[in-house]
Ligand binder design. Structure first.
Ligand SMILES: [Zn+2]
Length: 149
């Protein structure tokens, strides 16, 4: 009986550890189904604009932040071994897209991705994710966006 309780607590800590893994691994291991986007509550009416780090073009603002698969921020590694810290946004009107949409190696199960670039200077800012049944969203590289002062 003591043994089974111990087993339960190990399972629980393993689950919470899995929550911190890269979403690529999570979706492969558990087949995580992307949950409906949840708009994050505003902290003190914070709606700062977020601009392209390279050229200052207005990309989106902090009120567009959403949580996908339970979190706004995700650390994701692509098959080439590059790791990105990305934040999820409902909309990013300052982004353009590049290339064809594909579902290959997606970080969000059920979503196809397309490269998102700055609409002004063309810098790679992240990815646009689209799914047949859900609203599209953007996963933007945190280091590529700067909040307006
Ligand atoms: Zn730019």
């Amino acid at each position: 009986m003591e043994g089974s309780q111990r087993q339960k607590s190990i399972t629980r800590s393993a689950r919470s550890a899995a929550g911190g893994l890269a979403c690529l691994q999570r979706s492969h291991l558990e087949g995580v189904v992307a949950r409906k986007p949840r708009r994050l509550r505003q902290r003190g009416g914070n709606r700062r604009n977020l601009r392209c780090a390279a050229c200052g073009h207005l990309i989106t603002d902090e009120s567009e932040r959403i949580a996908m698969s339970g979190a706004h921020l995700h650390r994701c590694t692509n098959p080439a071994g590059y790791t990105y810290d990305i934040g999820c946004y409902r909309a990013a009107p300052g982004c353009g897209s590049a290339g064809e949409a594909t579902g290959a190696d997606t970080w969000f199960a059920g979503y196809r991705w397309q490269i998102a670039v700055c609409g002004s200077c063309g810098a790679h800012l992240g990815w646009r994710y689209a799914s047949a049944g859900c609203e599209a969203f953007y996963g933007l590289i945190t280091a590529q966006l700067v909040p307006e002062q």
